[in-house]
Design a protein around this ligand. Structure first.
Ligand code: N01
Length: 493
């Protein structure tokens, strides 16, 4: 085991703090770019896989695409006139990040295939241990691990005994050809809904095992013509206007979730009309949720309702009893014979996977959060100095561009790093009383939102408290405009 103290910050003005970024996905890449822009190169990006782009590397299932418009799902400083669709396919988004990483010179700073297994705050620094047994010291720790990357596998009897192919949507077997196969998919979230069209187009039969129906908004996904792309190259203002328009739509959508009113009625109407396009009343009834639209994350798809009505698609609503070597048996005794079983069963919310992070006085983050997640403005945590989260719990993680949210967070963290560089402080952790008051305000505000109207969802913790932000993105931006040092415990000030 080695411990490297080289290049650590002495606390003297002008000294460069050493920064650790965990995750080379959308927000980790962004953090690295902004550090380099400021001339800071004393940082490491740890990436547990062998490639960049996070969720877009992990999710390669058929039909994977962004569910917010591409012109908002790109860095504000790196517009991409070449997006081919309104909601671009996953591989195109992945290629965008690969290109950006090279253009901004981030790749040499990434340690690929290196997982952070422990992070401990001791002697005013973060001691970071990786899977290969190495240890390094850092002044600042930036968690850029995204909200959803730890796969949830269902606990279904017999799953291990299935003799066909079986994989999670976020661990897709690229070599498996499902053409002409009998395919089953467990789950009806965004991943499942996006894949119903391509799967049913080639499979002999597709059975969707549905435990809970979902509201799906019909969102057309037109391809941009070569002429439209050329125009966006020639007149970059067109791309900026498109971005502004979809950001505005996102803001309206966010407001619909926050309070009752005409925006909410528009969304409800759109959901109902998408459902009404299902002609068979039996199928329509199966697909009808018993909770309000937007209570769970809204699903966007331009192909689901048409695809689910194909003759080779069955929506099975009888509960699963077990998986057998041949397929799935439902509790009514029916055997569904399958060649491929897909687990579209989602993720553990990342905030639940923080056992390896230990702050002041040896307290683990898991322990600090054992009675519910508490954050200061989504970005930092009392007792965990210089630990910053990008797109952390209590940031707006609903149907918005998470790139816009990450940019707000990175701007905030950069200001904190600047204060450390100036020698104003060595370390900062939010005050307990301020954080408690902040969380109380959030809880009070959640009462009016759609997320607490009665549904189960990955947004909610065990007590039914949403892990999102009860305000529009503009309010979040305002909250994270600049660090308020009086709300922090400061070390070395
Ligand atoms: O996962 P989910 P997802 N037996 O958690 C079912 C983002 N995303 O991967 O609802 C039977 O939504 C579970 O049933 P129930 C997006 O933020 C983005 O689809 O709990 N069923 C549910 O139907 C999204 O919200 C994009 O009753 C079981 C499903 O599995 C988030 O990822 C694309 C079960 C899980 O749905 C997660 O979406 C894809 C069991 N034992 C995803 N266990 C973009 O477009 C679970 N289920 C960017």
């Amino acid at each position: 085991m080695t411990a490297s103290a080289a290049n650590t910050h002495s606390g003297e003005p002008g000294e460069e703090p050493r920064i650790c970024i965990v995750g080379a996905g959308m927000s980790g890449i962004l953090m690295a770019i902004k550090l380099l822009e400021k001339g800071i190169d004393n940082f490491v990006v740890y990436e547990r896989s062998g490639a960049v782009s996070g969720t877009w590397r992990q999710n390669r299932y058929p039909g994977v695409a962004c569910d917010v418009a591409s012109f908002t799902y790109s860095y504000s400083f790196e517009p991409n006139p070449d997006w081919t669709h309104r909601f671009s396919p996953g591989p195109e988004i992945r290629a965008y990040f690969e290109k950006v990483v090279d253009k901004y010179g981030v790749r040499p700073f990434i340690r690929f295939n290196t997982e952070v297994t422990a992070a401990r705050f001791e002697n005013a620094q973060w001691r970071v241990t990786t899977g290969d047994g190495n240890e390094e010291l850092f002044d600042v720790y930036v968690a850029a691990t995204g909200p959803l990357n730890n796969l949830h596998y269902p606990d279904i009897k017999g799953l291990q005994d299935f003799s066909g192919a079986c994989f999670h949507t976020a661990d897709w077997d690229d070599d498996y050809d499902y053409t002409g196969k009998r395919v089953g998919i467990i789950g009806t979230g965004s991943s499942s809904v996006q894949s119903v069209d391509p799967l049913s187009a080639r499979a002999e039969h597709l059975t969707i095992f549905q435990r809970t129906p979902q509201w799906v908004i019909n969102t057309a996904n037109p391809e941009y013509s070569p002429m439209a792309i050329r125009l966006k190259h020639a007149f970059p203002v067109l791309g900026r206007l498109t971005r502004w328009f979809y950001s505005w739509i996102g803001e309206q959508f966010g407001l619909a979730a926050l309070k009752d009113g005409f925006r909410r009625r528009v969304v409800f109407k759109a959901c109902q009309s998408a459902l009404d396009s299902v002609k068979d009343p039996v199928l329509r009834k199966k697909l009808t949720p018993d909770y309000l639209p937007m209570c769970r994350r809204m699903i966007m798809s331009g192909s689901f309702h048409e695809a689910v009505q194909r003759p080779n698609v069955t929506v099975e609503t009888t509960a699963i009893e077990c998986v057998t070597p041949e397929g799935v048996r439902t509790v009514d005794g029916k055997e569904h014979k399958l060649d491929l079983l897909i687990l579209a069963t989602g993720f553990f919310f990342n905030a639940q996977n923080v056992k390896h992070v230990v702050g002041l006085n040896g307290q683990s983050l898991a322990d600090y959060w054992k009675d519910g997640i508490k954050t200061y403005r989504s970005i930092s945590i009392p007792g965990f100095p210089n630990y910053f989260m990008l797109v952390g719990p209590n940031s707006p993680i609903t149907n918005l561009s998470l790139i816009e949210i990450a940019e707000i967070g990175v701007n905030y963290v950069m200001q904190c790093i600047d204060k450390i560089r100036q020698g104003e402080i060595t370390a900062m952790a939010p005050r307990n009383d301020i954080t408690a008051a902040y969380m109380q305000n959030l809880r009070n505000a959640f009462g009016e939102t759609i997320w607490t109207s009665g549904c189960s969802s990955w947004y909610l913790d065990d007590d039914g408290i949403p892990a999102t932000f009860p305000g529009p993105p503009s309010e979040y931006r305002h909250e994270l405009d600049e660090p308020l040092l009086q709300e922090y415990e400061l070390i070395g000030a």
